[in-house]
Design a protein around this ligand. Structure first.
Ligand SMILES: [Zn+2]
Length: 158
């Protein structure tokens, strides 16, 4: 019984928090106040949760104003584990196009680095970063021309 009571309080807390975030969305293009954006961002978070084998509550969704396509702001998904934040981004409107954010191999700025289709994709990226594995994991096509590249980066496009 006490466990059920605790879950109810979490529901109220989470619902009120979601309402506050939606009220605070005043940017253009709309994100949280656009029901389609919110639904799609949630679908991306659920897909990420499935891949990582975690529950949705462990993922924080935030609009990424750096990356906007045709009025669509890409959702950034953050998972914090033991003090380390792991960041992902959902390209376009596709929950099946999740990408790991990481430092560009040329300019070092934070960009969509590798596709994430399976937990092993993240594992290989982390092993590569730790110097435990070569070759490099395959780079995401979204890496090229990402707006976060330094203007002198070979991946930068005007
Ligand atoms: Zn770069």
């Amino acid at each position: 019984m006490p466990k059920t009571h605790r879950r109810t309080l979490e529901l109220v807390e989470r619902a009120r928090h979601a309402a506050a975030i939606r009220r605070a969305d005043t940017g253009e293009p709309a994100t949280w106040r656009d029901p389609y954006w919110a639904t799609c961002a949630e679908a991306c978070a659920h897909r990420l949760a499935d891949i990582l084998g975690i529950t949705r509550e462990h993922i924080v969704i935030s609009p990424d104003p750096t990356r906007v396509d045709d009025g669509w702001v890409w959702p950034r998904l953050t998972v914090t584990d033991q003090g380390t934040a792991y960041e992902f981004i959902a390209a376009n409107k596709d929950p099946h196009r999740l990408l790991c954010l990481g430092p560009c191999p040329e300019c070092g700025n934070r960009v969509p680095l590798t596709p994430l289709r399976h937990l092993a994709d993240l594992g290989e990226l982390l092993e590569h970063r730790a110097g435990l594995r070569r070759p490099k994991p395959p780079l995401a096509q979204e890496l090229v021309a990402d707006p976060a590249h330094h203007s002198r980066c070979p991946f930068h496009r005007d």
